[in-house]
Ligand binder design. Sequence first.
Ligand SMILES: [Zn+2]
Ligand SMILES: [Zn+2]
Length: 281
Amino acid sequence: MKLGLHVGVAKGLDASVEYAQRLGCSAIQIFSNSPKTYRVAAADGPAYARFKEKRLAAGIDPAAIHTSYLINLASEDPKIVTGSLRLLKNDLAVAPLGGIAYVNTHLGSYGTRDRGAGFVQVVTALEDCLATIPEGVYLVMENSAGAGQLCGGTLEELGAFVRAIGHPQLAVCLDTAHSWAAGYALDTKDGVDRFIAEADREFGLDRLVMFHFNDTEIALGGHRDRHFHIGEGKIGFAGFRALAAHPELRGKMAILETPGDEADDARNMATIKIIFEGALA
Ligand SMILES: [Zn+2]
Ligand SMILES: [Zn+2]
């Protein structure tokens, strides 16, 4: 698999590539903007062009943008939906500037509303984005921890979105910590095999373009979104080894969104690489 990190871009896109290179990444995920604002800043075209050039020269490919945490396509508030669509469409338009294939997004929460009506609204919003999506870019739905009324907490629901929309540039990202929190036991080979087989049945493994590899300390099915260091949580070495060894996941992208500073990132990257070396030996 192509392994990498979510890298902050507070110091600029150039620095994000240097950071990923220093830590031995072969993939990268960034934010295009502050993830906590509805404001859309104009993209710096030349900076994204340099990002692409530098990234490809360093062998860091593919790349992903993680959209803003404020995005909620299922909201009952039309202002929130409009703002969410503006953010998502902006990231889809920015992606080709940096040669970025994947725009990974949370779908949002149904809140107190009827799930059926919310589902239809999310489908309409995704179709709206896909109608103008640039060539070579994929709109990637990330699974959620399934808390409360969060969208996309099950493989079945992600499959329902894929079946309802059917667009070839709609894809899926599975976050291991969210999956665990949603009740999928990824701490054994059997659990991982069942999970991947279900993903294949629901939306097909071609649609599964990326993973977020995060360990977690919360209880299985605890519906809380807490990321922890690779191999130091409940998923543990056995779970990540099973993912690493799974023959149908070869070549896919996996991004770590583990907590901490550069020393933690270096340790987590080293750990996941050791797991892969062991699993593939
Ligand atoms: Zn996410
Ligand atoms: Zn994630």
